[in-house]
Each structure stands twice: as C-alpha cells, then as structure tokens.
Write a protein that binds this ligand. Structure first.
Ligand code: ADP
Ligand code: MG
Length: 699
C-alpha cells in the first residue's frame, strides 16, 4: 500500500486524537491501512427477517423487525437492568434486556418506534428474549441501499464510547471515498488473469459494502487469495534464501547403518519409514542444511527413523542430540535408542534435570571430546556448559512444546556449521496448517502403521454403564493386561481442589479393584515420585494406572491394552487421540472407552463420534481444526503466525493450495522479482516490510 495508507487514523474526518487512541488500544488500529483492513466479521442480510413465532433456541443470531412498546428500568444499583418489549407484525412479543450501559440505552431507545433488532434468542417460560441486541431504527435502515450490511468487531470499551459497528462502518465509508485514487493493485496482471481475480479497489469496496452477492464473493476470494499468497511467498522466499546461505555437513558414509540393517534390525521397516529415511538421506548428502518436519501418528515408528538418522551422523564423525519435552519422554527415548546403540557398541548418554553432578561432568567431558556420539535429554541440554566436539544433528521431539528461542540455542552449539535439524511431532497437523506454519520446513510424513498392528477398538459408554465397564477391565486384567484410567484436569492450575475428581476416582478404583495394585500419576507429583509410579506400572507391579493427561505424551507400555477416559467430553479431539495412542502398542487387541454423562453438547457428540469412527490422526486433526479453529489447536505459542485478516485455514485449504502454487511458480521464474510483470508484487512486499518497522506505532 502506498504512503497514503500509512496515514494515522486520527486524521480521518470524524475520528480525531482521542478516538484514535482508543482504537489503537482496543483494536490495534493505527493507520488508514489498518482501518481499511478491518474487515466485517459478518453481514446483516437485510432480506432475512424472523417473526417471533418462528424463533427457536437453537438459532444462533436472528433479525426481528418490530415496534418498541414500553420500556422500564428494573432493580437497583449494580443489579439494575433495562427491559423493553418489541412487538412484531403478527403481534407477538419479544423481550429485550440490557444489563450494561443501562442508563444510556434507556435514554436512546425510542418508545413507539420501529426497530430492527439482532441477537441470540433465548426462551424462558415459553417467552423469548434477547440480551443486548444490536438495534437499528427502521427508518434509518431503509435508507441503506446495501442489502448486505457490514458488522464490525468492536469492544465493550469502544461501545461505551459510542464507537459501535455502525460508527466504524461510517469511518470506513469515509475512508473509502478518499482512498480510491490511492489504492494500488498488489497482484501481478498475470495472476489476476489466471485466477480471474477482481481488482484490488473493487475488492476493498465490496468486502465492506457489497454491491451484489457476486461482487461480494469475488471480493472475498480475491482478498483471501492475496493474503495467503503473500504468506506463502514470504515462507518460500525464506526457504530459498536459507537454501542458498546455509551450508550443511555432508554425510555420505554409511558403514554402520548398513551393518545395522543387515544384522541388528528385528523388524522390516514400513514403506513409509523407508521413504522418509530416503528423504532425510537426500538432505544429509546435499551440502545444504536439513530443516525437516517429521510427522507421524502415535506408534507409527518415528524412533527408529530418528535412530537411523543419528547413525548416519555418527558414521560421518558427527554427534547428535535428541531433545524431548519431559523427563519421562527423554527416559523412554533413551531406553529405546540405547537398545539399538548397544548392539552396535555406540556411546549414547542421557542428560536431564535429575542427572547427578558427577555423571553430568562425565557426560560434559565426553561430549566435548567427541567420545559420546549420541545424547538424549531435556532442556538440560540447552545449558551453556553443554558443548560438543562436532554437533551435526539436532532432533527435537514434540516440537510445539519448545519455543523457537530454545531451539535456536541448540543450533548454535556448533559454531562452525549449523547442525541438521529434524523436528518430530506425533500431533498430526493438517496439511493446510503445516503449509502455513512450517512453509519454510520440508515435511515428511509416516502415514502407515507397522504391519500386524491391530486397530484400537473405541467405544462410547455412559457413566451409568460403569459396572459393566469395570467388569470388562477385570476380564482384561485376568488376561494379563494393564489399564489406564484418565481424568481431565487443568494442569497449570495449582489448586488442589482441581484434583478432587482424580482423587475420588482413585479411591473408587481402589475400592472396585481390591485384588489389584493401582498407581496414580499427576502433575503435582515431584518428578522422582512420578517416575517411581510410572516405573511400577511399566514393570507390571501395578495393573491399573489412574492419571491425568501427564501420560499423554510418548509413554510406552506395550502391555497396557485398555484406555478409559473419564469425562471424555471435556477433552479436545486431538488430545483424546493422543491419549488413545498410549494403548495399541503391543500385539494384543486394545480398547479405548470414552466415558461421559448423558448431557452432551453438539460439538462433544461430534468429537466422540469421530473418535469411535476413525483411528486416522490426520482425519482427526482436520476435524479438530474445523471444530476449534487453528489458534486453539496449536496453543498460543504460534497463534501470532495465524493472525489472518480474512482467510480461515479450516475452510480455505483449496485457496491456500492455489496461492502456494502461484507463489512457487513466480519464484521459480523470477526469484528476485525483477521482471516487469512482478513489480506490483515487489512494491507490495516492500511496503509490507516497511510496515513492520512502522514508526507510527512507536510514538
Ligand atoms: P512413535 O512414532 O509413536 O514414536 P515408536 O517409534 O515408539 O512410535 O514405535 C512404536 C513401536 O512400534 C515400537 O515398539 C517400535 O519398536 C515398533 N516399530 C516401529 N517400526 C516398526 C516396524 N516397521 N515394524 C514393526 N514394529 C515397528
Ligand atoms: Mg515416540
């Protein structure tokens, strides 16, 4: 955008310094550019009205037309509220209620006047009411010719200062009038032609004030395409830049790998594992630094892939690190890898927060001398005292638990040449999200389970069937199996009362199974105690493990074949899937039983049905994305990346695909964006980066 769009909003007619400050604080809106990109989050369809008799509690938001007949203040002081009656054409009544801004509403709401009200209807004693509806006088509404009227996000504070959706719409109308000559095309003529995109100016006008359904749809498509195109272009350029800049060690030797394949493998790799190893091997011999994301559902066999990659490094005189987010996980990785390493006489170590000082010193020395080839651990690996002879490979498990900062600390441990990086995750990320979040990483997927693995049988049972479920548990334990029972809990909370469900559950399980030993693990236990309890279960000294979601990640007890999840409706879909992945790791048929009460929301039902229907982690991740939106799915850490203005990753995968392909083609033809037909794009990138050091935000 041109300089015009860097103008501060206070200069727009009707805003001024005070309102500008409020808009900055509340909506992060500084410039004309920010204002014009404050797209409506929905539209009022002027053609769609409901009568009171047609209302139904399941309706999200509805529009009703009627006359206000009577309004009154009820209650006193802070409890005071305003109630008004709206009567529609048929003579049916809808109650309107306000709990906030009561005085002001009382003054501005006109009795015996026709209004359009918009809000969520709720039913009480057969009567419908609407709390804090949006209001518009019918006489005013008639003047608007637009059939789709924009509704903008505001905040309570802005509303209290009379900056509501309608006022914002006025600002934007004003701005659009003066902006028209300053709106420059941001996409190349070729792209506009190829994807039949509407021009930028028409898109901006029609996204705010649609002139017709067709023009609105064209505007929406164009703006989404543009948004996703520039994200992809940025990520792909980073990749190109990195490719060119960062050299990587070349690992061509594979004698031990060959020996391992020949003499020490106890199973055949799956086709997917072989393919992924090939992809990795290609990176490691390319002379460029590897930056690869390895996705694979729980149990798909990522560990062996990690080991073989570490082995390639070792065969070429380089050391490797595998970092996990928790001690339990580090321990399990270590146990798994050590089994392989021992067969080959390779020196492998483990470093965590609980490693004893003396041992720690030995490890530090051996890493510095290069004697120790492989090290598995937790954050303890990041400490400055941990130095390497030649660190060549970093593998990070369950990556979203580590911040970018922490990871880059690892990379810097080789000052000569940046190590190769493999990020492993068992949380399958939908392709759309992976492409956006990790557009700069190459992605490998293990999409095939080792042969002979039996599908986990998943069922949904109501709490009232608990006796039968417990009988099933008893039968399974008699067959020699072990059982998890998981309770929901907010792990971050320090409040002991949150543990009530867990404690009650623990007591009742002990009572129900007096003949068996029961372990309990939760986040409040000290790491040693947690470990001790885990180990008892691993050794089959206890048959039942009562736990919170601390067992979610990575824990591997092949003999455990039953997973019971209590209050399953309180877990997210991806989390349920992760938990289920704790069973089904051995040869026996495994079961996952989702326990709930009878009362379930629509989303809960969808989650439970999905779990029962499928074991496919990618399918589950896709549905989870649709139910929750991407921000939630990834946790807050990465939400910044997903600050999309108009696109929706859950719905816009096809546009994303197109936009990515378009960006790829352009960069292939013209990596530096020097061609005449790409000048719009070049100029827009420059203005985007100028905007990130936007001085108007510093004052
Ligand atoms: P995850 O991807 O969850 O880390 P693991 O690497 O822990 O999975 O593998 C799960 C189990 O499957 C391990 O016991 C592992 O030894 C076994 N496994 C891995 N690959 C194969 C294979 N190709 N054939 C048979 N078993 C395998
Ligand atoms: Mg694993």
């Amino acid at each position: 955008m041109s300089n015009f769009f860097h103008t501060k909003i206070e200069y727009l007619k009707g805003i001024g310094p005070q309102r500008a400050e409020l808009l900055q604080k509340e909506l992060n809106m500084y410039t004309y550019g920010d204002l014009i990109q404050h797209y409506p989050f929905r539209y009022l369809d002027r053609t769609q009205f409901y009568r009171v008799a047609e209302l139904d509690e399941s309706m999200p938001y509805v529009q009703v037309r009627g006359r206000v007949r009577g309004k009154q203040l009820l209650g006193e002081g802070r409890k005071q509220r305003l109630a008004a009656t709206l009567v529609d054409e048929a003579g049916d009544e809808l109650e309107l209620v306000w709990f906030k801004g009561v005085k002001w509403m009382e003054k501005s709401l006109k009795n015996h006047t026709d209004y359009i009200v918009f809000g969520k209807p709720t039913e009480f004693n057969g009567k419908f009411s609407m709390a804090h509806p949006e209001l518009e006088e019918l006489s005013e509404a008639k003047q608007t010719t637009a059939f789709l009227q924009p509704v903008y996000n505001t905040t309570e504070k802005l509303k209290a200062h009379r900056i509501d959706s309608k006022v914002i719409s006025k600002y934007i109308e004003t701005l659009l009038k003066i902006a028209a000559p300053n709106i420059q095309e941001t996409l190349s003529p070729d792209l506009i032609d190829r994807y039949r995109l509407t021009d930028k100016r028409s898109a901006l006008v029609n996204i705010h004030f649609p002139e017709s359904v067709e023009k609105y749809n064209a505007a929406k498509f164009r703006l989404k395409f543009e948004e996703l195109f520039y994200i992809q272009l940025r990520l792909l350029r980073q990749k190109v830049v990195r490719r060119a800049d960062l050299a990587g060690q070349i690992f061509t030797q594979v004698p031990t790998v060959t020996e391992f394949y020949k003499n020490h493998m106890t199973f055949d790799l799956t086709g997917a594992q072989k393919r992924v190893i090939k992809e990795i091997h290609k990176d490691l011999t390319s002379g460029k630094q590897m930056n690869r994301l390895l996705q694979g559902d729980v149990g798909s066999g990522k560990t062996i892939v990690a080991f073989i990659t570490m082995l390639i490094a070792a065969d070429n005189g380089a050391q490797s690190v595998l970092m996990a987010p928790t001690e339990i996980l580090a321990e399990q990785h270590y146990t798994g890898l050590k089994e392989f390493a021992d067969r080959l006489g390779i020196n492998i170590g483990k470093l965590t927060g609980s490693t004893k000082t003396k041992e720690r010193r030995t490890i530090h020395e051996q890493l510095r001398s290069g004697e120790m080839k492989m090290i598995v651990g937790t954050h303890a690996l990041l400490e400055d005292v941990v130095q390497f002879h030649n660190l060549g490979l970093c593998i990070v498990d369950e990556q979203h638990r580590f911040g970018v900062e922490q990871r880059s600390k690892l990379w810097r441990k080789n000052p000569r040449i940046i190590p190769h990086v493999l990020v492993m995750t068992a949380t399958p990320i939908p392709r759309t999200l992976a492409m956006t979040l990790y557009g700069d990483l190459d992605v490998s997927v293990i999409d095939e389970m080792p042969a002979g693995r039996k599908e986990i049988v998943t069922v949904h049972r109501f709490d009232s069937h608990r006796l039968r479920v417990f009988q099933f548990v008893r039968d399974q334990i008699k067959l020699g199996r072990q059982v998890y029972i998981v309770y929901p809990l907010i792990e971050e909370s320090e409040q002991m009362e949150n543990y009530k469900d867990l404690m009650d559950g623990y007591e009742s399980v002990k009572r129900a199974f007096p003949e068996y030993q029961v372990s309990m693990v939760h986040g409040k236990l000290k790491p040693q105690d947690k470990d001790y309890e885990m180990q008892r279960f691993v050794r089959n000294e206890t048959q039942i493990m009562v736990a919170t979601t601390v067992i979610e990640v990575g824990v591997n007890v092949p003999n455990a074949s039953v997973m019971i999840i209590e209050s399953a409706e309180r877990f997210g879909l991806s989390q349920l899937h992760q938990l289920r992945g704790r069973v089904g790791r051995g040869a026996e048929q495994s079961y996952c039983i989702l326990m709930t009460g009878y009362k379930l929301s629509k989303d809960s039902k969808t989650r439970l049905e999905t779990m029962v229907r499928t074991n496919n982690g990618f399918e589950i991740a896709d549905i989870d994305l649709k139910l929750r939106g991407p921000g939630d799915l990834m946790g807050t850490q990465q939400s910044g990346v997903l600050d999309l203005l108009i696109s929706d990753l859950a719905k816009d995968a096809p546009i994303l695909q197109e936009a990515r392909a378009a960006a790829q083609t352009i960069l292939q033809q013209d990596p530096q964006l020097e061609h005449a037909e790409h000048q719009n794009i070049r100029r827009h990138i420059q203005s985007l980066s100028a905007n990130t050091v936007n001085w108007s935000r510093i004052s």
